[in-house]
Design a protein around this ligand. Sequence first.
Ligand code: ADP
Ligand code: ZN
Length: 635
Amino acid sequence: MTPREDRGSGMNSSEVSAADTTDPALDLLQSVFGYETFRGLQREVIEAALAGRDALVLMPTGAGKSLCYQIPALVRPGTGLVISPLIALMQDQVTALRELGIRAEYLNSTLDGWTQQDIVDRLRRGEVDLLYVAPERLLTDRGRAELSDVPLSLIAIDEAHCVSQWGHDFRVDYLGLHALRELFPGIPRMALTATADVRSREEIAERLALAEPARFVASFDRPEIRYRVAAKTDARRQLEAFLRTHEHEAGIVYCMSRKKVEQTAETLAASGRTALPYHAGLPAEVRARNQERFLREDGVIMVATIAFGMGIDKPDVRFVVHLDLPKSMEGFYQETGRAGRDGLAAETLLLYGLQDVVRIRQMVDGSESDEDRKRVERAKLDALLGWCELTDCRRVALLAYFGETLPAPCGNCDVCLEPPETWDATVPAQKLISCVLRTEQRFGGGHVIDVLLGRDTEKVSQHRHDRLSTFGIGAELDEKGWRSVLRQLVVRGYLTADPDRFNALRPTGRARPLLKGAETLHLRRDPRPARASRRERGGGIEAALPPADVALFDALRACRRRLADEAGVPPYVVFHDATLLDMARRRPTTLVAMLEVSGVGDAKLDKYGDDFLNVILGAEYPEAEAHGAAEREEP
Ligand code: ADP
Ligand code: ZN
C-alpha cells in the first residue's frame, strides 16, 4: 500500500477514514499518521514545500519536524530524499515509516550489495516514497550515479546545523551539500534543525546555498520540560533521590569524563537499575549495543558523555541529568532537549559545584583555540553559570538567551515551583574576600574556609594563620554555608581560582566596591538536601492519568512490548506513549473508535488495532478475559 496511490481510492473509501481529497496533506496526516490537526508551523512549512520553495525550518526537538518534509514528499510526485547524518539510526527511522505503510528505504554501507542494487532499481521505477542517505554517500560518484535518473519530490536536510563550523556538531560532509542545488535543479530543498544557537542558524541557509528560502522559526520553548538546577552537595545522593521520582523511566545522565560515565553506570546498575555506559572510548560494538538497548528496551538509563545523543529520536526519554556542568547554554538546551519529544512531561536536573566552574574555566583557558574563540567560550560559560544562580524563572531566562520573550514566569521550573530564598550576604562576602587577601591569595577555598571557621589544622599552624585577624571570624555560617558563598562569589566573578596555583583564590576588580561597602550582595540560599530530595511526582507520565486508568495503561504497554518484541522493533515504533495514554483515556471499544486515538492511522489500525482493543475490552470487563486477552498478557 502506498499512501499516494491510495488517495481517493481503496483504503480511503472505507468509512473509518474521513478522506478529504481537496486537501491531500491533511488527508495524509489523518489517515497515515493518525493525527487530527497540524501543529504549530507544520501546515505553513508543508505549503511552502508544495509550492516548490526552498525552506529553512527552525523548530525545537519534539515540535514535529519530520512531518514537515514527509508529507510534502508523499504528496509531490517522485521520491523524497532525506539527508541524515547518522547511519546507525536510519534503520529505525525507516522501520517506523514502514509501520505507517510508507515505502521508505535507506541506502548505506550496512546493506549488502544485492540489497543496495535492489533499492536503486526500485528507486528508478518510482517505487520508493522516502529515501534516507548520509551526506558522505550522496556526494560520492557512486551516490550521484545512484540518484541520477531518480525523479525527486524534495530534498530534506536534517540536522542542518551540522554545516556550521561554529556549532558543536560540525560535520565536514555537510559542507558539500551546497552542490545539491546544481545536482538537482528545481527540486525544493528543506533544511531543518533544532539548534537554538543563533550563530549556527545563520550559517545554514548560506552554506547550503538555499535559494531565497521561506524561513520558519518556531518558539523554542519546551513547556513540557521541567528544569531543575542544584548545587552539587552529594552528587550520588542527589541523583538517587531524583531517580526515585523516575523509576522505570528512560533517561540520560550526562557526565564530563569517560571514567565518571563508567563509575556512574556501575553504581546505578548496582542499585538494580538498567544503566548502560556510552562514550567515545568504548568499542564501536559496545556503543552500538548500548544505544540499541536504550532505544528498544523500556526504562533504560544511558550514562554518557556528550558523544551520545545527536539524532536519537527516542520519543519517551523522561529525564536528562547533568552531573557536571555543560559548556554553554546551547549545549545545555540541546542535551536537555532530548527529553520529552513526545510532548509528555519530562524533567531535567543540572548539578554543579565550584569544582566544575574551575575545571571548565581551566579547559577553556588552556585550550589551543585562539583568543577570540576563548573569549566567546568564556562568555558562554559565564552565561550558563549566571543562569544556574538565578533567583527568577529559568525558562524566561533560557529563552531570553536565545532571543525569545516569554511573557510570564513558567510555573514549571525549580525557581517557580520552590522560589529560592535570598539573603544579604554582604558581610560574609567581605569576610571571605578579606580572608583571601590576608592569606596572601595563595590558598584554595578549603583552607580559606578553615581559617574563617577558626579550625586548628596542620596548614593553619604551619602558616601561622591562627594569628590572622580573620581567623575564626566566620562562626555565623557552617562549612556548607561558606562553600555556597564561595561558589557564588566565583560564579559572579568576584573571585577567581587560579588553576596553575592549586586553585588559589584571587579577588578581581569587582570585589573592590563590595569590600569598601559601596555595594551590597544578595545571594541564593542553597536549599537543604531534605528539600531537594522531597518525594513528589516529578515528570512521571502516569501522573497524567487518573489512578483508574493506570492499570490499563500498564496493560497497553505490556501489549506494545510483546508486539514490538515479535516484530523486532523499538516499542515506540508500534505506538508512542502519548498514543497509549490517549487510548487509556478514551478506552475505544470498536476499531472505528480506535481511529480517534491520536497516533492511530490506517496502517497501524490494521496491524495492531485488534490486539489493543482486546486489552481494553479485557480490562473493562474482567470476565471477557477468557476470550483472548488473557492468553496474550503475561501475568
Ligand atoms: P522533531 O523531529 O521536531 O524532534 P518529531 O518529528 O520526531 O519531532 O515529532 C515529535 C512527536 O510529535 C512525534 O511523536 C510525532 O509523531 C508527534 N507529532 C508530530 N506532528 C504531530 C501532529 N500534528 N499531531 C500530533 N502529534 C504530532
Ligand atoms: Zn519558571
